[in-house]
Design a binder for this molecule. Structure first.
Ligand code: NAG
Ligand code: NAG
Ligand code: ZN
Length: 205
């Protein structure tokens, strides 16, 4: 391969990487559709505190209820019902940072830079992503899992998630069935999955 060909190949590789991994910088869509709060009709959040980023943890949840949503319309309705429910608990917004539907759409909850309410003592150190549905026995569809991974990558690229983050299921932090045995089994095979007990390190503060 000539030098100029090698250079062209490198430039092309960088362009592909930016196009796929870095939508904000490159002006190209992320590999998933992102629905903003306006898109799903969120009501105004009243609980807004800054999240110290990049966070060292990503916590995966299922919803149990609402059940799996298979279309944008169903998933928007699921987001609204969760926000209503979480507001009724006085949380001042939907608890999660992002949710993912079975159709592969990503739905903005609190976003990348606000403190969430989803994992008790780990709230201050984590991004919480919920996979809408009950994943105790059934496995989430491939599109849903791919979007979840891409969302995590987006978070790393925009500085919200540490590149050395640890991935955990909610049940590893608190006494809950969430994110469901079937889903926990899947994420336990992903990079960054950690069974280490959560401890607040000075360096995380
Ligand atoms: C979590 O962060 C918020 C600020 O975003 C702060 O007010 C609160 O004290 C923190 N909680 C803990 C347990 O560190
Ligand atoms: C979504 O799809 C799943 C799996 O096919 C199905 O069990 C479920 O009833 C569907 N949900 C709705 C709200 O249609
Ligand atoms: Zn959970």
């Amino acid at each position: 391969m000539s030098l100029s060909c090698a250079f062209t190949t490198l430039v092309l590789a960088i362009h592909v990487y930016l196009a796929i991994g870095c939508p904000q910088l490159y002006g190209v869509q992320a590999p998933y559709l992102l629905y903003s709060r306006e898109d799903w009709g969120a009501v105004h959040a009243t609980d807004i505190h800054p999240l110290k980023t990049p966070v060292p943890y990503v916590i995966i949840h299922h919803t149990y209820l609402p059940a799996a949503c298979n279309s944008t319309q169903q998933c928007k309705a699921a987001m609204k019902s969760m926000q209503n429910y979480h507001n009724s608990l006085d949380w001042g917004d939907i608890g999660y940072h992002f949710c993912v539907g079975s159709e592969g759409g990503a739905y903005e909850g609190r976003g990348w830079h606000n403190l969430g309410i989803h994992a008790g003592p780990v709230n201050n150190y984590s991004i919480g992503i919920c996979l809408i549905g009950d994943w105790r026995v059934e496995q989430p569809p491939r599109e849903m899992l791919e979007t979840t991974k891409s969302l995590i990558n987006t978070g790393i690229l925009n500085g919200a998630i540490s590149p050395t983050y640890k991935l955990k299921g909610h049940s590893q932090i608190m006494a809950t069935e969430c994110p469901g045995t079937a889903l926990l089994d899947i994420i336990s095979k992903w990079d960054h999955y950690s069974e280490e007990q959560f401890v607040i390190n000075k360096k995380d503060n």
